[in-house]
Design a binder for this molecule. Structure first.
Ligand code: CIR
Length: 275
């Protein structure tokens, strides 16, 4: 089996590694998570089930070498455990977003104080709407997917914020029936993206090595490369086998409860490399 491609060589436009993280923030699920937003009814998750999945996720991040800060649950915001939507963190600073779902708009204000404490530079999206789930950081640029949650005004404002942090933004389209850009893709190493056939077909990853999710496992596209490992939803055996065969070190993490409210692995944490 070949060596997994090294994250150490994967660098952002500012020269830092993109897939190395030593700090992270998560938020405990609230009991109200059972009322989380969803596009279609696949039954309610249970609070206990979501909590167990969240605990497993935090354990996987810690085992991968990330020091995790756990924020308290917010009952008033059912989707607030998905901390990657109201903000995005980089080594160079953080950005507060303007979440595109009305019930989530207050989440940015809730996470702002801790980001202000941790980051010397905290930028705020001034207008429009954008969710962190629509942002894919790659070595070439930071892709911003237009979606039901991220509009062009927000995306253009985000490009200006990214430039202040030394990153170049690029606006792309998210397929119509997909919640967020990263619902359908993830960066596995500096040249490789895991994505759905539908997103690959749009051509946005031309020039990358694209690994296509096996039939019936499209939701596995929202994997999470962290340091030397790739977290993959534990229901996606074919994807795990494919990636394992290519030399990636796979950590299966349960997602069957959070998937009922359209969530995956990237959205449950904010990650960055602190000096
Ligand atoms: C929502 O619809 O906003 C939540 N139920 C799920 C958010 C998942 N976030 C993400 O994929 N970035």
């Amino acid at each position: 089996m070949s060596e997994p491609p090294s994250a150490i060589t994967c660098r952002s436009t500012s020269g830092r590694s993109l897939l190395r993280f030593n700090r992270g923030i998560v938020r405990s699920p609230a009991r109200s998570v059972v009322d989380g937003l969803r596009a279609s009814d696949r039954g309610n998750p249970t609070y206990e089930g979501v909590k167990a999945e969240h605990d497993a996720y935090v354990a996987a991040l810690k085992a991968a070498g990330v020091a995790i800060m756990i924020l308290p649950a917010l009952e008033a915001f059912p989707d607030s455990m998905f901390v990657e939507d109201p903000a995005l963190t980089f080594s160079e600073g953080a950005i507060l977003f303007r979440p595109g779902a009305q019930s989530r708009s207050g989440e940015a204000g809730e996470i702002a104080p801790i980001l202000r404490q941790l980051f010397g530079k905290l930028l705020e999206l001034p207008c429009g709407f954008a969710d962190g789930g629509d942002v894919l950081v790659t070595p070439r640029n930071v892709m911003i997917g237009l979606s039901g949650r991220t509009d062009r005004v927000g995306a253009e404002a985000l490009i200006i914020c990214l430039a202040e942090l030394g990153h170049e933004g690029l606006i792309v389209e998210t397929p119509d029936d997909v919640l967020h850009l990263k619902t359908a893709c993830s960066l596995l190493d500096e040249t490789t993206v895991l994505c759905t056939p539908q997103l690959a077909g749009t051509g946005i990853f031309d020039g990358f090595r694209t690994l296509i999710t096996p039939d019936g496992e499209e939701a596995a596209a929202n994997a999470l490369r962290v340091n030397d490992v790739v977290l993959v939803g534990s229901d996606f055996a074919k994807t795990a086998q494919m990636l394992g065969g290519l030399g990636y070190q796979i950590i299966p993490v349960p997602t069957s409860q959070i998937s009922k409210i359209d969530a995956g692995l990237s959205c449950m944490s904010l990650r960055w490399q602190a000096n």
